[in-house]
Design a protein around this ligand. Structure first.
Ligand code: GDP
Length: 440
């Protein structure tokens, strides 16, 4: 049997051991598997208690089972959910029992979502939203992912695509049947108006994109400055503060290289450039490589200096905040050539609250319009930009020939189809036939 047609199973809940573990089974054999294990198929969508047994009749666990007959299920296929005790031995026996059933196999990563996509349960942008929701660390990331999962971008793309196909149908009808005099020549004008309106909307979403894409990855702040000014001390202070949600980034042995801060719901990664040092340790190496690459295009640099050594290295267009450290040492009035924006004592904590507050405001400004932004990935932005470009081409081509314009419209619809994960040119013909009753 083709792997695609096999029934799959996997642990869908978190790391074991845990109080409860949820194993999902999806596919044509899910019902048969449930019957074999639980002795019955319970009423649809009703939590039902059952003793699960292996092929020899040995008890595996006292469980709660659920039955979701397709297509009204998460994957669109028949789905069984087994809620068992989350012990490793329980799961080992349960998986052995499931694997022993004909045409059942362990699922590949993402395979449930993939089947849901193939069965039209969600489009690609929604699948991306689902992935983001699972990985969201902060509240704002969660809300953004949820918007995506609810199809905010997908719905728009579907509407646009339908409108483009409609406009393209008008133009193609003009091309194919104008000899017959059946299709009024004025069809081109409304089609043009529609394309113009669409182009405006697509461009609007592209422009309002703001930093929504970055909300997924987080804003990057690099701490830089000469040796011994207290960069690592500041870093370790930040990591110890309440705002730090995730701490040491993998690949450090001595100090923290990166901390993830949750600043008012915005994800902010702070990188200590002093922590980035040469290493031969292959495990460390990858962490160092990543940290260096990220620090190189940081969104903000905190340039740390002590006493009057306030010299700022050139940072291109990146904003740099001069932070005077070690104010507890009292040589405070010699600020050097540049006036510092912040005066702190990393070791003793003075001024840190003010610095963090300023970082929160920076994050708020930086993400600003990201709230409500629909594009969260490079893939989405690229395809929308392709769509806008094709629409623009079709508008300028219309004067030179409708065939060219229609071709560009097809390409715009294809880009949107790719965005949604569906590309089918048959749609255009469909609309022509439906709207114009050509077979008269
Ligand atoms: P880095 O090389 O920039 O990472 O600097 P470190 O964080 O390793 O700090 C260098 C030295 O300065 C250490 O001995 C720290 O304890 C000390 N130091 C850091 N911040 C302060 C501070 O605010 N006040 C004082 N008095 N010493 C500090």
């Amino acid at each position: 049997m083709h792997p695609r047609d096999q029934t799959i199973f996997a642990l869908s809940s978190g790391r074991t051991p845990s109080a409860i573990a949820i194993v999902r089974v999806s596919g044509a054999e899910a019902g048969a598997a449930l019957k074999k294990l639980a002795g019955k198929i319970p009423a649809a969508r009703m939590a039902t208690r059952a003793m699960l047994r292996d092929a020899d009749g040995q008890a595996i666990d006292d469980a709660v089972v659920l039955w979701f007959p397709g297509p009204a299920s998460a994957t669109g296929e028949d789905v069984a959910e087994l809620h068992v005790h989350g012990g490793r031995a329980v799961l080992t026996s349960l998986f052995a029992a499931l694997a022993g059933i004909k045409n059942l196999r362990a699922a590949e990563p993402g395979e449930f979502t993939c089947r849901a996509f193939e069965n039209g349960k969600l489009d690609l942008t929604e699948a991306e939203g689902l992935d983001d929701l699972i990985h969201a660390d902060t509240d704002r990331q969660r809300r953004q992912a949820l918007r995506q999962l609810k199809g905010m971008l997908g719905d728009k793309a579907r509407d646009w695509r339908a409108a483009i196909i409609g406009a393209s149908a008008l133009i193609e009808a003009g091309i194919d049947f104008s000899d017959e005099g059946d299709v009024p020549a004025e069809l081109i004008a409304p089609a043009l108006a529609r394309i113009k309106a669409l182009l405006g909307e697509v461009k609007g979403v592209l422009a309002a994109q703001g930093k929504a894409e970055r909300l997924r990855d987080g804003l990057v702040v690099a701490i830089a400055g000469p040796p011994n000014v207290g960069k690592s001390t500041l870093m370790n202070q930040l990591a110890r503060r309440e705002v730090a949600i995730v701490s040491p980034h993998a690949g450090t042995t001595r100090d923290v290289i990166e901390v993830q801060l949750d600043l008012d719901g915005y994800p902010v990664t702070v990188i200590d450039t002093a922590g980035i040092r040469e290493t031969d340790d292959p495990v460390e190496l990858e962490g160092v490589r990543r940290a260096r690459a990220r620090a190189a295009d940081a969104d903000l640099v905190l340039w740390l200096a002590d006493t009057d050594s306030a010299k700022i290295a050139h940072q291109g267009n990146t904003p740099v905040w001069l932070v005077r450290n070690k104010i507890d040492l009292g040589s405070g009035d010699h600020d050097g050539p540049a006036k510092p924006e912040f005066r702190i004592s990393a070791a003793h904590g003075e001024g840190l609250a003010g610095l963090i507050e300023a970082l929160v405001r920076f994050a708020q400004d930086f993400f600003g319009s990201a709230e409500g932004g629909l594009i969260t990935r490079e893939r989405q932005r690229r395809l929308l930009a392709d769509t806008a470009a094709a629409l623009e081409r079709s508008l300028s081509a219309i004067g030179q020939g409708e065939e060219l314009a229609a071709e560009d419209l097809r390409s715009a619809a294809t880009s949107l189809g790719r965005l949604l994960g569906r590309v089918d040119v048959e749609d255009i013909l469909d609309v022509i036939f439906r709207e114009f009753c050509i077979g008269k």
